[in-house]
Design a protein around this ligand. Structure first.
Ligand code: XMP
Length: 515
């Protein structure tokens, strides 16, 4: 990074906290999220150029709510409070916050009252600006030495400032796209008030990470569990650039991968001259899964067996000092309800608990990145496109897509059907517009006719979803003709399947995987 400038975001529980962090980075400055309970001393140690207090679901009108520490407001660090963040500033500095008679939610228009650096280069169309509000409380009385900078019809104090102490508040959300010129308002705070320099472009990130890894690892060896998914693949590319052949990757084939995936991953990384070692443990996994039908049991068996296999393999390699993991920033934020930011293990690919057990140091080079940033740096590191643009694939693989008992015959059928579905999606240029698509094996006998014969055979379900964050998802409205074509190919090309159904359930109430 060119400079150490960073904006700290204190999380008061808003659904938009991560979005604020992303917006700051998009503007070109590093940002970090911390819980609102963090102490002022800890913040001062971090030396942020400015602080943004997020919104939140609480009300400052009750005493048990989270508050901004008064000492932070006196620490001479520029502060911008958004929504709840503004209200807690007002409350701590002697202003008054009241429950509003009218809950403002959604679009509102603000007008510009007193001159403010936050509105530099923001054009107010016929004196008003479209913004996004979401609040029940509002500031009624300003703290001493504060002035109003914006008002809306229902909210007189839609923005305030004390420009001498560089403390600002906005009742609306500049981070959401519905707020017109919200990015300009945030930029004015980041560059105009906090005097940050740009330090967060893709090449800055890569250079800083490569030198970070080199400094930490020096001439020691690093082991990485590579799954062929986006995160671990980008970690492999980054570490290969930083430490070359001191990176050793292990790729465990648990027998529950997609058709042709083992060869594809191996040949991709071998062609990049990355040291990748394949462990074929498919028989072991299959035997451990034999006759198991409970989904949670399946997950546990797959996870534990993965760790055993990985550990065994790792022990065969001499002189390893580090274990790398593809932890990314959302995992870190989700796991840090306290100040410790312990890294979570999101799936068995992130070989949980192994660093301690094997006495290895933990290396998490992309733990500060959001998923879209991982893809961007992956592209700049020349990670092959087919790897970067892949739909996510769960760690337990087809193990959670075969309902009931898992056996080789069912896996073979599912792999073939999945390949037909995915190949057709790619051929029709539908693949990239979907977030995830796959086939599920349903071991329920359904009647079919082949020739003159009635046969009872199993069923396959097609699943395709569109989602931004995988927390909620819509089922994809694929063209009927397309679904028909895939269904025809499956029943014609795969014996033992007589019926194909399409899953038209959103999340919620369903999940994306069937388990
Ligand atoms: P659900 O089924 O919970 O899935 O709606 C949300 C997303 O998570 C993926 N998924 C997993 N990914 N290990 C992973 O790495 C897992 O154990 C796992 N389980 C579900 C799922 O494919 C979807 O993208």
């Amino acid at each position: 990074m060119k400079s150490k400038d960073k904006i700290l975001i204190l999380d008061f529980g808003s659904q938009y906290t991560q979005l604020i962090a992303r917006r700051v980075r998009e503007i070109g400055v590093f940002s970090e999220v911390k819980p609102s309970s963090i102490s002022t001393e800890a913040i001062i140690k971090m030396n942020p150029s400015g602080i943004i207090l997020s919104g939140g679901p609480e009300t400052v009108t009750i005493s048990s709510s989270q508050k901004v520490h008064k000492s932070l407001l006196e620490a001479k660090i520029p502060i911008l409070g958004i929504c709840y963040g503004m209200q807690t500033i007002a409350n701590e500095l002697g202003g008054t916050v009241v429950k509003s008679d009218i809950r403002e939610f959604g679009h509102a228009e603000i007008s510009h009252i007193n001159q403010s650096i936050l509105f530099d280069n923001v054009s107010f169309d016929s004196d008003s600006l479209d913004v996004w509000m979401s609040h029940g409380d509002k500031v009624k009385v300003l703290p001493e030495d504060f002035e109003i900078i914006a008002s809306s019809k229902d909210c007189k104090v839609a923005g305030f400032q004390n420009s001498d102490s560089n403390i600002f508040g906005l009742q609306f959300h500049p981070e959401v796209t519905h707020t017109n010129q919200g990015e300009q308002i945030l930029s004015n705070f980041i560059f105009g008030v906090c005097s940050c320099s740009k330090n967060w472009s893709t090449s800055d990130i890569i250079n800083s990470m490569v030198s970070d890894v080199k400094n930490k690892v020096k001439n020691e060896k690093v082991l990485l569990g590579l799954s062929g998914g986006v995160d671990s693949s980008v970690v492999a590319m980054l570490l290969h650039k930083a430490i070359g052949n001191n990176l050793i990757c292990i790729f465990v084939d648990h027998g529950l991968l997609r058709l042709g995936e083992v060869d594809e991953v191996m040949s991709t990384f071998e062609a990049l001259e990355i040291d990748i070692r394949l462990v074929d443990a498919s028989e072991l996994f299959l035997s451990k899964l034999s006759r198991v039908t409970d989904p949670e049991k399946k997950r546990k068996i797959i996870g534990n067996t993965f760790i055993d296999v990985f550990e065994n393999e790792a022990k065969k390699i001499k002189d390893i000092d580090w274990l790398a993991q593809g932890t990314i920033y959302p995992d870190v934020i989700e796991s840090s309800s306290d100040d410790h930011n312990s890294s979570v293990i999101k799936s068995h690919h992130n070989v949980g608990g192994l660093p301690e057990r094997m006495n290895l140091k933990l290396l998490e080079p992309i733990r500060e990145l959001f998923k879209d940033e991982v893809r961007k740096i992956g592209a700049e590191l020349n990670t092959p496109k087919h790897i970067l643009q892949r739909h996510p694939f769960p760690g337990p693989g087809l193990g959670i897509r075969v309902m009931g008992e898992i056996n080789q015959e069912r896996i073979d059928i599912l792999q073939k059907a999945d390949k037909i579905f995915i190949d057709e999606l790619k051929a029709e240029k539908l693949y990239d517009s979907l977030s995830q698509a796959f086939v599920v094996y349903l071991p329920i006998k359904s009647v079919g006719v082949v020739g003159d014969e009635r046969r009872y055979e199993d069923v396959l379900a097609l699943r395709a979803v569109e989602t931004v964050d995988f927390m909620t998802a819509n089922w994809a409205h694929l063209p009927y003709d397309f679904i028909g074509k895939v269904s025809n190919r499956i029943v014609n090309e795969i014996p033992l399947i007589s019926r194909v159904v399409y899953d038209c359930t959103g999340k919620p109430p369903a999940t994306i995987e069937w388990e």
